[in-house]
Design a protein around this ligand. Structure first.
Ligand code: TXA
Ligand code: MG
Length: 344
């Protein structure tokens, strides 16, 4: 199949909507990462997302809307509690996904057999236009091959999905760069399943206590069940082995410089760059979690582009605020391998 490259103009948005409404697959830009979209109410179309990505069938998808009224109009949920209303009012449209008891229109392919559904209202204007053009809510996981870093540009999507899907709509670089925050309201107190651009502190300021699921910062123990099935997979990884180095600026720089080799790369803060002698890639500014979020996946993909690199020494970001999301993705890319430089 030839994958069309579309843009944000009237004719192309209409074409994207048309492909989606007849059950096709279109990759769409959002403020977080690019999504691989299909009609969320069409089980067969949703099934083809899993095929194109090579995604395990037990990992449910997020349903994207472009109007709060879509939730009721399409019977997406069976309950919309007060806390959902408060979160929607404050954070939608934006990078927050809310899990609720699922409504009768949600096919099993979307919820992967769970009795809940994840709903998100993206703020990217192009995403909103495409959802409206399709005339239905869109199920969309990140538009990468399962296991590889999520795409933050249309070129990343093409790299993974060319000839596997009907079209990609180019909406430029994603502004957040990491997937949305996922919170479930199907338990009490509400529980954060995946950190993202909306922080725990922001959520708590609106709905009070929020638990952070163990799997957000720690490795699941053998046989332990993930509340969010996506958390159990080794995710976001480039082909090279990634190791996080925990320690001060100088101990990081000394350690990586003493491992100078063409097979080794540093994923470091911008402030470290000038002192590092080996191949280096940016993990954003040291005290700037937002820039780290924007850079991370793109840098992991750049590293993938250099087939000589087999080992990456990454800085260990502070897990506060949006840093929790950066840490969560990077620790998975590293398969939880961390070296504490101060204890060497
Ligand atoms: O920012 C985003 O959320 C992007 C863009 C495209 O919107 N989408 C995205 O989708 O990251 P995906 O499929 O890569 O991640 C969805 C996550 C997975 O970890 C999945 O297990 C979890 O949400 N999830 C979805 N439905 C769920 C449910 N009913 N219960 C628990 N976890 C759920
Ligand atoms: Mg994903």
């Amino acid at each position: 199949m030839k994958t069309l490259l579309l843009h944000d103009n009237e004719k192309d948005i209409e074409a994207a909507g048309e492909i989606l409404s007849r059950g096709g697959l279109v990759a769409i830009p959002t403020e977080t990462v690019y999504g691989l979209a299909a009609d969320a109410l069409n089980g067969k179309a949703v099934e083809s997302i899993f095929k194109a990505k090579g995604r395990p069938a037990d990992n449910p998808l997020i349903v994207h809307i472009a109007d709060l009224a879509d939730i009721e109009r399409f019977s997406l949920v069976s309950e919309f509690p007060e806390k959902a209303r408060l979160l929607a009012e404050r954070f939608w449209s934006g990078p927050l996904t809310i899990i609720l008891p699922k409504g009768k229109s949600i096919p099993d392919e979307v919820s992967a057999g769970l009795d809940t559904v994840a709903v998100r209202f993206p703020s990217h204007p192009t995403a909103q236009k495409i959802i409206r053009a399709a005339g239905v809510p869109l199920a969309a996981p990140s538009a990468n091959i399962s296991g590889s870093p999520s795409p933050t540009t249309a070129a990343h999507v093409m790299n993974d999905m060319n000839s596997k899907i009907d079209a990609v709509v180019d909406g430029g670089e994603c502004s957040v760069g990491l997937e949305s925050t996922v919170i479930t309201l199907a338990v009490n107190p509400p529980r954060l399943l995946r950190p993202g651009g909306i922080t725990v502190e922001q959520l708590e300021s609106v709905i009070g206590e929020v638990d952070v699921d163990d799997a957000v910062l720690n490795e699941l123990r053998n046989g332990e069940k993930a509340a969010s099935p996506g958390m159990k997979y080794k995710h976001y990884s480039p082909k090279a082995r990634v190791v996080l180095l925990h320690g001060s600026d100088s101990s990081y720089i000394n350690y990586v410089n003493s491992h100078d080799d063409k097979g080794v790369a540093a994923l470091c803060y911008d402030e470290d760059m000038s002192e590092i002698t080996l191949k280096k890639f940016s993990l954003g500014g040291r005290d700037d979690s937002l820039s780290q979020a924007r850079r991370l996946f793109s840098s992991l993909r750049e590293i993938d582009g250099d087939s000589d690199i087999t080992l990456v020494y990454a800085r260990c970001p502070d897990p506060d605020g949006v840093g929790m999301a950066v840490y969560n993705r990077l620790i998975r890319a590293a398969g939880f391998e961390v070296i504490d430089l101060e204890k060497l």
